[in-house]
Design a protein around this ligand. Structure first.
Ligand SMILES: [Zn+2]
Length: 269
């Protein structure tokens, strides 16, 4: 064990906005126990409201994996299984641009854990989307499903599966928190978080991305900075960006690049 280490909290950036689905989204839920309408591959749902949502871990994992590739990091840790390996980058270098933001866990005794500086909250459907999806005549609450055939490569038998997805057009509220722990990393970390979101837009969320699922756009509505002084009651928060989306507005385009430029150009960042 290493000795006593300080982890000062210098402040928090809070990024909030909406995620809009440009194509249907599938983030798989548990097939155990609950089977709704005989669906083979259900989407993940909030157990209280029964509405489908985007788990923060899915968005965070996608952002991380795209940054690992953009920054050409070694993919050295298997977080999948032996038969179905999923390799991610993980190191114990506190300066590493990926691990210091997304965290890393020790893989051997000499390594150290690096706690994540980013928190990605679960993204829930907006009130507006719940209303719209509620009014659709579908067999399942807030979703659509279709049957896809996959061919068994050995027997050539068709294997129809019913697959559930959240329809294109649905909107979710997202929130990402970045904890400032080192002043010298702040600007680069913020820039990398926005770049990751931009990359997700040109990639996909959830499953079946190569078949067109999971295309999203982000519309940031506000970026706030709350310093340590704010939490000690000494000063107010700073609004670094604000642009509300009207309830009747149809989100068409991302504003990630615009917001990133604005945030990075202010002297407060
Ligand atoms: Zn690393």
């Amino acid at each position: 064990m290493s000795g006593v280490k300080k982890r000062p909290l210098l402040g928090k950036y809070i990024i909030r906005g909406k995620i809009k689905l440009k194509t249907g989204l599938r983030i798989g839920g548990s097939t155990l126990g609950i089977s709704i309408g005989g669906i083979d591959l259900p989407v993940i749902r909030d157990p209280i409201t029964n509405t489908p949502y985007i788990p923060g871990s899915s968005l965070k994992g996608k952002m991380r994996s795209l940054m690992e590739r953009l920054l050409n990091k070694n993919l050295n840790k298997n977080i999948g299984t032996r038969n179905n390996p999923i390799y991610i980058h993980n190191c114990s270098d506190p300066q590493c641009e990926v691990c210091r933001v997304y965290g890393s866990t020790k893989t051997n005794d000499e390594d150290v854990n690096i706690p994540a500086r980013i928190i990605v909250r679960d993204a829930f459907l907006t009130e507006k989307s719940i209303r719209i999806l509620d009014s659709l005549e579908t067999d399942l609450p807030y979703t659509e499903w279709k049957t896809e055939n996959s061919l068994d490569r050995v027997t050539s038998a068709a294997n129809p599966r019913s697959i559930e997805r959240i329809p294109a057009g649905a909107e979710f509220e997202f929130e990402i928190i970045y904890n400032v722990e080192e002043e010298k990393h702040k600007k680069e970390d913020i820039e990398n978080i926005f770049r990751a979101l931009r990359l997700v837009e040109d990639d996909y969320l959830g499953g079946s991305g190569s078949r067109g699922y999971g295309k999203v756009v982000f519309r940031v509505e506000e970026v706030l900075f709350r310093s340590a002084g704010y939490y000690k009651g000494e000063e107010g928060e700073k609004v670094l960006f604000k642009e509300s989306i009207e309830d009747n507005e149809d989100i068409k385009e991302s504003n990630i690049e615009k917001v990133m430029e604005k945030i990075l150009s202010t002297s407060d960042t």
